[in-house]
Design a protein around this ligand. Structure first.
Ligand code: GAL
Length: 679
């Protein structure tokens, strides 16, 4: 299940710049763009993301003279480019010529052009048009010396429920199940008289009267991920066939919805990239940066690319929150500390028109005479000063972690099926809570694919993985038997990969390993706190649990479960498995995972840093380790003995101001840096 390690993406510098949409601007503005890019030391422009209508104004007629000019201007200024295929936004002529290639929503509504992403992924007309334009771009620019890589499509994730999806879904199901009996069994169609007697009867999970079949829902998710991946692979191969050897990626979106199974997608890319938009203007945004970075580095198996972030703002609910330059810089170095080879943004210049005129940019509406652009210039300078960090280590991980958190997109999908004991539970929230707890304690964390080699992790956390396969259950057992410390949180292992409940007591798939037997699930409203022994606090979910072979670590102390086990631990082989049967309040989860990490011998990256509000991350390089200190706290900190600080070039002790960053070269491994509050 693990894929061969890819050659680490090493462009020789940090890619700095972002989406560049020159088609929105006059020649004079474009000349200013080049001058400003040079001033800010921008070295990479992502072009073509939304250029289909200009590149192919009429079906089969290409016009790339304007793009030649843009690329010539960039290249003459020493600026490289990532070239996108524009297939996320088909032009109006496409939908008029191929109305069948528009996506249909689950309720049967056709989605028309006038925005973007108006395509049905399984429509043959769309797929062949996408291959054609990819080939055209490959032939024309695939060997350009300034081409840094291919950005295929943009954020795959548009789901279609129409006739093309219906046909392709059935084909996918035939391949998965072989015959209808197997499908009927896997989908539990005996319930509600859903038995299928012919393949033609099977539909995508369109609008229906009441609850959908959960197995059908999850299979449709699996199908969509595979189908979109096939579309990506077609474009990639069409470009490769033109002889272009530049690295290929497609930008994942890290939002609160998810249509892709990232492990299988990552295996098909030369480097994994994401777009990352903070979902809070508050301090938790810093933990969000670390979470997005750790996920993407883990998917990539090494260096990765931050393809988009917002330079000046965040969209929170229905309004804009401002991001000041110090945060933009600190966040950018936060991504880099955790393995990003870039600091790229959407977009270079804030648009004057169109749907996203109020989205942030490196050059704001006010122009270059602005605090925001000064910050961009400062970041460009900093990235040059730390350029040596971009050279990845010849072997071993770029960030060394002894804690793993299991990430499984299928777990997300299964938890989205309706009518679970508590539909308010969110997979990404639970994964993030576990990650946040480790982050607050100052630990490096990897995410782990089910069935991958987990032997390097002393602590492995499985947050709320509702459905899992027998193989995954065996894999967790093997991990524990070999001496690992496993922590499984509530609502894990209740069902198998067909969304069938494992009977005989909860959580059926892991009952033996955890040494417990749950007989009843008691969900709680979000505002009800469940106190536990030891001062911990749970809520949202609880279980009437019997500790069979497990020892009880904490008990419920009120309500119907008063005195009964809440958190348990079972020994198995050389290791042990902890089960947390309730949703712990964040502070309680912090405490529990912090204690278990220490017990497992996992040390924070820099002892004492987290308590001062300083995030410490060590990134390994080709010739040295680099210690990044990101100060999220509010009091100046005195740093001594950490090595040579690359931004200042000094090896003296330094005072790190709140909001500040420092990057130390540490020859000969980690140095005993000390931190204390400055006076
Ligand atoms: C991304 C997308 C960009 C832009 C940005 C800002 O998800 O790839 O094209 O729309 O969001 O909203």
């Amino acid at each position: 299940m693990t894929h061969a390690p890819r050659t680490p993406f090493a462009p020789g510098r940090f890619l700095f710049g972002g989406d560049y949409n020159p088609e929105q601007w006059s020649r004079a503005v474009r000349e200013e763009d080049i001058a400003l890019m040079r001033r800010a030391k921008v070295n990479t422009a992502t072009i073509g993301v939304f250029s289909w209508a200009l590149l192919e104004p009429r079906e089969g007629e290409y016009d790339a003279a304007w793009l030649d000019e843009v690329i010539d201007d960039l290249a003459a200024a020493g600026i490289g480019f990532l070239l996108a295929t524009p297939t996320a936004s088909p032009p109006p002529w496409f939908t008029i010529a191929h109305p069948d290639a528009l996506p249909i929503r689950a309720d049967g509504t056709p989605v028309l052009h006038g925005s973007r992403d108006t395509y049905a992924i399984s429509a043959p007309a769309y797929r062949s048009a996408a291959r054609r334009i990819a080939r055209f771009l490959g032939e024309r620019y695939g060997r350009h010396p300034a081409l840094r890589g291919w950005h295929i499509h943009n954020e795959y994730g548009t789901v279609d429920y129409g006739p093309h999806a219906e046909r392709a879904f059935r084909d996918w199901l035939r391949r998965r199940y072989g015959d209808l009996d197997a499908l009927n069994a896997a989908w539990s169609t005996a319930f509600w008289s859903q038995r299928y007697g012919a393949w033609q009867e099977i539909l995508p999970p369109r609008q229906t009267q009441y609850l959908h079949n959960p197995a059908q829902l999850v299979d449709f998710k699996r199908f969509n991920s595979d189908e979109m991946l096939a579309a990506y692979v077609e474009q990639r191969d069409a470009i490769r066939a033109t002889g272009s050897s530049a690295p290929m990626t497609t930008n994942f979106m890290l939002p609160t919805w998810n249509h892709l199974e990232q492990w299988s997608w990552s295996a098909q890319q030369d480097v994994v990239s994401i777009d990352h938009y903070l979902d809070t203007a508050g301090p938790d945004g810093e933990a969000h940066v670390a979470y997005g970075s750790d996920l993407t580095r883990s998917w990539s198996g090494g260096p990765w690319l931050l393809m988009e972030q917002n330079a000046t703002g965040m969209r929170i609910g229905d309004r804009l929150a401002t991001k000041q330059p110090d945060r933009m810089i600190r966040n950018s170095l936060g991504y880099i500390a955790r393995g990003s080879q870039s600091s790229l943004f959407f977009q270079w210049r804030a648009s004057a028109g169109g749907s996203e005129s109020w989205h942030g940019a490196l050059v704001p509406h006010a122009g270059s005479d602005s605090r925001a652009f000064e910050g961009v210039v400062a970041l460009g300078e900093m990235l040059e000063r730390i350029a040596e960090v971009a050279e990845p280590p010849a072997d071993g991980p770029i960030v060394e972690a002894s804690i793993g958190i299991v990430w499984d997109a299928e777990g997300w999908w299964s938890l989205e099926t309706p009518h679970l004991p508590n539909d308010a539970i969110s997979y990404p929230d639970e994964v993030r809570a576990a990650h946040r707890a480790c982050w607050r304690d100052g630990h490096a964390v990897d995410f782990v694919r089910p069935l991958a080699d987990a032997s390097r992790y002393r602590l492995l956390v499985v947050p709320t993985l509702y459905a899992l396969s027998e193989e995954t259950a065996r894999w967790l057992e093997t991990y524990v038997e070999a001496g690992g410390l496993l922590v499984v949180t509530f609502a894990t292992g209740l069902a198998d990969e067909r969304q069938r409940i494992a009977l005989g007591g909860y959580p059926g798939m892991l009952r033996e390993l955890l040494g417990v037997r749950g007989e009843q699930i008691l969900p709680e409203p979000d505002d009800v706190a469940l106190p536990l022994t030891g001062g911990l606090q749970g809520g949202t979910w609880s279980e009437l649990l019997h500790a069979e072979s497990a020892q009880v670590l904490h008990r419920y102390t009120s309500g119907p479960l008063d005195g009964l086990p809440a958190i348990t631990r079972a020994r198995r082989g050389a290791g042990s498995a902890v089960y947390v049967s309730t949703k712990l309040a964040q502070a309680s989860l912090d405490e529990l995972l912090g204690d278990l990490a220490r017990e497992a011998g996992v040390l924070p990256v820099l002892e004492g840093a987290a308590a001062l509000g300083v995030e410490a991350v060590r990134r390994r390089g080709a010739h040295a380790d680099y210690l990044f200190l990101l100060h999220h706290g509010d009091r100046p900190v005195h740093v001594d003995g950490a090595g040579i600080e690359l931004l200042t070039g000094s090896s003296d002790a330094l005072r790190l101001e709140p909001g500040g960053v420092a990057v130390f070269r540490q020859l000969g491994g980690s140095l005993p840096a000390t931190l204390r509050l400055a006076h």
